[in-house]
Ligand binder design. Structure first.
Ligand code: APR
Length: 352
């Protein structure tokens, strides 16, 4: 097979795939961890990378080319920090998953042993991801609401990773944060809603599954914390938080990616396994010349099977990785002040 594959052909197909995936619904690529990844056409390139151990695929030039071409030195965390500090990077897009909330005490989904999907035995589910499936929810909403009681906003506080993104916004260098998380810690850290794409929905609002009446998180809090299924006073239907279940369409604001990712000059990916489409494919939606920084415990997605010359990987604990970036930026004291003020505000609110 010719090793030259025009990514110009690939990228419309890739974006089309992203669009089709996100139009259709959010789907797991491996139901119950046993299924096979369905390759989007765009991932054909990845498969090609993997199979032929071929040179790098650089989307900006449209060809496969050997990594580290002329003038393309391997980027480092310090290079990225320098370009952020000197405001060379002014349109930073952040992608995040449950791994940024584990330091706040919320389990992620797939970490062996500690992940949520390894700890749902008490709910007697047919398989772990059923807890986020509409058909199962209509059949038995209790497991989801038992989980909602654990995760409901108000029980946990943001951590350094959330406040780093807020500081990036404060400096006018955050273009958007795309999060898969439903815990609301990004909002709680003070990241404005218009800077956020909560791709898998949020607990902040809810909808009656029968009459579609809208509710706020506070309307459901008493029932959920009491362990009862919230019912619509209008029609007695079950009220479901606006979390995107497998099979449901993603929120319309997910489509901001169509303009955000081509504009991005840096992509930071933190605390995600990049296992769930169409969110995972966003990692390949920035131009080939744009550096991508992964801060995660392990290699995931294209960082594992088809790295680009400008990719940088900071493996290990996410707080340690973000702290290293913040230190390299020279923003340590500023972030400490921001977090201290937030902690004081949270303590005052708790007293009230
Ligand atoms: N530091 C660094 N990495 C961490 C940490 C940590 N403290 N904690 C977890 N991680 C990493 C894990 O190793 C894993 O690679 O974060 C990633 C979390 O992956 P998942 O548990 O799969 O979570 P996520 O990627 O957000 O899942 C995506 O799956 O079922 C759906 O709705 C669910 O939105 C979720 C989606």
């Amino acid at each position: 097979m010719a090793s030259l594959v025009s990514s110009s052909l690939m990228s419309p197909v890739r974006l089309c795939c992203l669009y089709l995936c996100s139009r259709a619904s959010r789907r797991t690529l491996s139901a119950n961890g046993l299924g096979q990844r369905s390759l989007c056409p765009g991932e054909g390139a990845a498969a090609l990378c993997r199979q032929t151990n071929s040179p790098w695929w650089n989307g900006s030039r449209g060809f496969f080319s050997r990594g580290g071409g002329a003038g393309e030195e391997q980027q480092t965390l310090e290079d990225i920090a320098k370009n952020i500090r000197e405001r060379q990077f002014k349109r930073v897009v952040v992608m995040a998953g449950a791994g940024i909330s584990t330091p706040s005490g919320i389990p992620d989904f797939r970490s062996p042993g500690s992940g949520l999907y390894d700890n749902l035995q008490q709910y007697d589910l047919p398989y772990a991801e059923a807890i986020f499936e509409l058909n199962f929810f209509h059949h038995n909403p209790n497991p989801f609401f038992a989980l909602a009681k654990e995760l409901y906003p108000g029980n946990y506080q943001p951590n350094l990773t959330h406040y780093f993104v807020r500081l990036l916004h404060k400096k006018g260098q955050l273009l958007r944060m795309y999060t898969q998380n439903i815990d609301g810690l990004e909002r709680l850290a003070g990241i404005p809603p218009d800077m956020l794409v909560e791709a898998h929905g949020t607990f902040a609002t809810a909808t009656c599954t029968a009459c579609l009446r809208k509710y706020e998180a506070e309307d459901l809090r008493p029932d959920i914390l009491r362990g009862t299924v919230p019912k619509c006073p209008t029609c007695k239907g079950v009220i479901k938080p606006d979390i995107v279940f497998f099979g449901e369409e993603l929120p319309h604001h997910f489509f901001k990616y169509l303009t955000d990712f081509p504009l991005a000059d840096l992509l930071i990916i933190m605390g995600t396994s990049l296992e769930v489409e169409p969110f995972a494919s966003l990692a390949g939606a920035v131009r080939g010349s744009v550096p991508r920084l992964l801060i995660n415990r392990d290699l995931v997605g294209p960082f594992a099977w088809c790295r680009r010359p400008q990719d940088v990987v900071q493996l290990g604990d996410v707080v340690g990785g973000v702290q290293a970036l913040v230190d390299a930026l020279g923003w340590t004291q500023e972030l400490d002040v921001l977090m201290a003020a937030a902690a004081e505000k949270a303590a005052t609110k708790t007293e009230e």
